[in-house]
Design a protein around this ligand. Structure first.
Ligand code: UDP
Ligand code: MG
Length: 338
């Protein structure tokens, strides 16, 4: 059984007890087909990102029924980016494919991703054609965000591309070397580079439950993305300063000319107030911007671990010798594995 590739489907889940039982059969069906048609041994790695509902119990039950399922439970809720990082750190063989637990990224597309991987691509990412079940406001702000970050960042970050992607073993290796605390995954994937290709797809609505990302969280994610991958906002302060200085100089000349021509009656309280308030505002904005970067620098400097693991349960098949694994896969799929 040589010449078979390994693929681990990685799913980070936070309070997704209702979705996982719906998602797993769909993934399993795809893995069966991959094993039979593409010579790929598939596994699933579920990461429980400190859920407070029955997600962990559901995961345990799913894993008991399918030896291809590995489980990871974090010590608390660390957020999607860190949950994904924890999962990717555990994939030490083959490629990884990242999927949302709510099946907004349809698992049925996985064979297309694998086909691109087989063609030699390292980073196959899904680009959303449309977002169903998401409001006008979320769509337009997301659209604006990808345009802004595309402009500001020197790292290529493809627009309308989420975490739905396949990473080849060497991409995974590359990603693993980035240990920064403030993890804007879309940017980190872009930083890694190698051969990249996108697959256009329709993003489905959530199966059950509601989105974990409200506007405040999305705003913070956007800030994270911009500060992690661009220092342009810091430069903004410089340009604002230059601009104000120029305007102030011209205004000064105007005042002198006026005083020389028409004398100097005491006046100018409104213009003085306007200038003072404007400058005060600009200075506070600049300070705030510096603060954003300084705060992140402070957190990086603490060198804490990125996450802590509560339970790690490898997939049963990964502990078997190759022939035994092939037998299991053949049993599960009910077809011949090669
Ligand atoms: N998620 C996570 N930790 C969190 C929040 C979300 O692991 O703190 C997972 C969530 O379970 C889902 C994925 O990240 O699998 C995307 O979340 P969601 O569907 O809420 O985001 P949206 O699709 O609305 O952007
Ligand atoms: Mg979702």
């Amino acid at each position: 059984m040589t010449n078979r590739d390994r693929l681990t489907v990685l799913v980070a889940a936070y309070n997704e007890a209702d979705n996982l039982p719906l998602l797993q059969p769909r993934i399993a069906a795809v893995l069966d087909a991959l094993a039979a048609d593409h010579r790929v041994d598939g596994q699933v790695l579920y990461v429980d990102d400190g859920s407070s509902d029955a997600t962990w119990e559901v995961m345990r039950a799913l894993a008991a029924a399918d030896p291809r399922i590995a489980l990871l439970r974090l010590s608390r809720n660390f957020g999607k980016e860190l949950a994904l990082t924890a999962g990717l750190d555990r994939i030490d063989e083959g490629a990884a494919l990242i999927l949302d637990a709510d099946a907004q990224d349809p698992p049925e597309l996985i064979p297309q991703f694998v086909a691109k991987w087989r063609e030699g691509y390292d980073d196959v990412h899904g680009t959303r054609l449309e977002r169903e079940g998401e409001g006008w406001l979320k769509r337009s702000t997301a659209h604006a965000f990808y345009r802004v970050i595309g402009r500001l960042s020197k790292t290529p970050i493809p627009a309308d591309t989420g975490d739905f992607r396949l990473l080849s073993p060497r991409s995974l290796q590359g990603l693993r070397q980035l240990r920064e605390r403030h993890r804007f995954m879309k940017g980190l994937f872009g930083w890694v580079g190698y051969n990249r290709v996108s697959i256009a797809y329709h993003r489905d609505p959530r199966m059950a439950g509601h989105s974990k990302f409200n506007f405040w969280k999305l705003w913070n994610l956007a800030l994270e993305g911009i500060t992690s991958f661009s220092t342009a906002p810091l430069r903004l302060a410089t340009y604002l300063g230059l601009l104000t200085a120029l305007v102030a100089f011209l205004y000064g000349v105007l005042i002198i000319v006026k005083a020389l021509a028409w004398g100097d009656p005491v006046a100018g309280w409104p213009s003085m107030m306007a200038v003072i308030l404007f400058l005060g505002g600009v200075q506070l904005i600049a300070l705030g911007l510096i603060g954003e970067y300084l705060g992140r620098l402070y957190e990086e400097s603490k060198q804490r671990p990125l996450y802590l693991i509560d339970v790690w349960q490898p997939a049963q098949v990964s502990r078997m010798p190759d022939e035994a694994r092939a037998d299991v896969v053949r049993d599960i799929t009910g077809r011949t594995g090669s």
